[in-house]
Structures are given as C-alpha cells and as structure tokens.
Design a protein around this ligand. Structure first.
Ligand code: PLP
Length: 326
C-alpha cells in the first residue's frame, strides 16, 4: 500500500471538523425505546436528514471547497449529480463565495433542480441516453478552469463526511457497532476513520441495497467489482463501483458489508415516519434497516450507532412508499 492510499488520517477528520464548526449543523442523535425493544439493543440514530441541504453531503462538499486555494475557488466549482451531492456542493459553494455549476440529467426531478438553483448554482442539463457527463465536465473544466468536486472519491470529501460519525462518538461515547449507508463509500470510509480515532471496540459495517451489492462483492474478492446499473429504491446508493480512494480505507477499517432489500427499506422508512415522526429517504434507511431486520447478530444491550444519511425524497414518491402494503 502506498503512503498516499493511507490518507486521509484521523488528523484530517479533525481539521474538517474545525472547518465545519459553526457552518454545518451539529445534527441531533435520536433514540426510540420502541426500536430498542424491537431489536434488543441500545440504538443511537445520528440524524443527517436534518443537515443543511437535507443530507450529510454538505459536510464533504464544504470541506473540499474550503480546502481549495483562493485562486481555485475564484475559478468556481463543478459537480455532476442528480441527487444530494448537487445540493451540498451548491450550498457549500455559495457560503464560500465560489461559483458553482452542476451537471444534471435532463430528466432529473424538478424539485432537485429547483433546490440546486435555489442555492445559486447554474444547472447544465445533459441527455442520459446520448451524452457522457464526464466528457461534458472535462470540457467545461478545460474552458473555464473550474475545479471538479467528486461525490465520494476524494480525501477531503471522505474526511468531511467523517465528521458526522465523529460527532456521534463525541456525544454518546463508546459503541459496539456503527452502521453506515453505502454508495461510493465516502461516508463509510469517513465513518470508519472517525471510529479508528475515537473508539477501541466499535465494529463498522457498510450497508448497501441487495440489488446493487458491488461493494460486498469487492470486499469479498479483494478487488473492485463493477456492476450493471441496479434497480433499487435507494437512489443514493446506485453507484456501479466503489471508489479507488474509499476502497482501501474500507478494506482496512470496516468489519463487513451487509445488504438489505427494498421491502426492508420501506418497513424502516415507515417506522421512522410512524414512530419517530421523521422523514428519511430510502437510502438514508439502509443502516437502520440492517439493524431492524437482523443483518448483524446483536448481543443483549449492545450499543449500536446508525448514521441516518438523508431525508430528501419527492413527496409523491414518499407517500406511495408509505402506502405500500408491506
Ligand atoms: C450519497 C448518499 C449516500 C451514499 O454515500 P457514499 O459516500 O457515496 O457512499 C447515502 N445516503 C444518502 C442520503 C446520500 O445522499
């Protein structure tokens, strides 16, 4: 392993924490006696659905843009995303005085486009079927000198996402296990780094949709597996392959990768709505669903942390999920 692949370190997580102090919300840690009784453990939900922009993505985006030189920031930042990363980058850029351009598919939900424009970003549309967004991004980069902010495979993104788990440990103390939603692995790699600095006992688990278990396959085989576009309601976790920077950290610090089904996600989403009065998007339910549906063996009264990653879901879609007879 090269020295570079061992980065970022826990010290980088602390630096990200300092950058985010007073800017990111210190999101609440919620508990539910009903959930604890149901699973036979003490569960602590770190609620990033209440983060600025509605998901943890703001943490990494802000940390990455704050780490740029003034000259780079003056050129502006660029991102491609149809989801929470778009809003995180747009908001972080505005707060740091940088221009942001977000490349979104032309069929992206109108609510997401509106929210991203609302944070002051310019939205450029592309046709998913005929155009390649990386080519468009490269072209804009060449013409304008704008800096690309990647969604997960970047050291500053990873150490920014790590601050959610850092806050959780600081608030509740030692944990036996930490469950983390998993797409490209920025949140998981970061959470594992935070655990490595703040806990001596905590096992860290990544949870991805069963239909898109590329990281589970990669973790088992020891090299990055790329899959075809998966079908799952967890739209924030449909990445086709884990990152080249996130994977070595996951291999080194994560205990295992678990999966849950869409039906299990819906059950957990309903639990959050009905019993905890909070809206969580499907992807945000991954960690909690793994605990609720027995994906890990729980010993009585173990202390389990869960990162609830976001709450941005189209209302019509959400109400459809809630009314499904599952
Ligand atoms: C992006 C996202 C994830 C996955 O994060 P990665 O760092 O790509 O693994 C999980 N949940 C939500 C709500 C997200 O927006």
């Amino acid at each position: 392993m090269t020295l570079e692949s061992l980065k970022p370190t826990y010290a980088d997580v602390c630096l990200a924490s300092q950058r985010l102090a007073g800017v990111a919300h210190r999101t609440p840690v919620l508990t539910s006696q009903t959930f604890n009784d149901m699973v036979g453990a003490q569960v602590f939900f770190k609620c990033e659905q209440f983060q600025r922009g509605g998901a943890f993505k703001f943490r990494g985006a802000y940390n990455a843009i704050a780490a740029l030189t003034e000259l780079q920031r003056a050129a502006g930042v660029l991102a491609y995303s149809s989801g929470n990363h778009a809003q995180g980058v747009a908001l972080a850029a505005r707060l740091l005085g940088a221009k942001a351009t977000i490349i979104m598919p032309s069929d992206a939900p109108e609510s997401k486009v509106k929210a991203t424009r609302g944070y002051g970003a310019e939205v450029i549309h592309y046709d998913r079927a005929t155009e390649d967004r990386t080519v468009i991004a490269l072209d804009i980069q060449k013409r304008t000198g704008m800096v690309l902010v990647p969604p997960f495979d970047d050291h500053n993104i990873i150490s920014g996402q790590a601050t959610a788990a850092k806050e959780l440990f600081e608030e509740v103390g030692e944990l036996d296990a930490l469950m983390v939603c998993l797409g490209g692995g920025g949140l998981l790699a970061g959470s594992a780094l935070a655990a490595s600095g703040l806990s001596s006992t905590c096992k860290v688990y990544g949870v991805e949709p069963e239909a898109g278990n590329d990281v589970q396959q990669s973790f088992k085989s020891g090299s990055i597996v790329r899959i075809d576009p998966p079908q799952s309601i967890a739209d924030g976790a449909l990445t086709l392959a884990v990152g080249e920077k996130t994977f070595p950290i996951i291999q080194r610090l994560v205990t295992d990768i678990l999966t849950v089904t869409d039906e299990q996600l819906i059950q957990t989403m309903k639990f959050f709505a009905e019993r905890m009065n909070t809206v969580v998007e499907p992807t945000g339910c991954l960690g909690a669903a793994a605990v609720q549906h027995g994906a890990i063996k729980i010993k009585p009264n173990q202390r389990i942390g869960v990162i609830v990653s976001g709450g941005n879901v189209d209302l019509l879609t959400y109400s459809r999920y809630l009314s499904m007879p599952i």
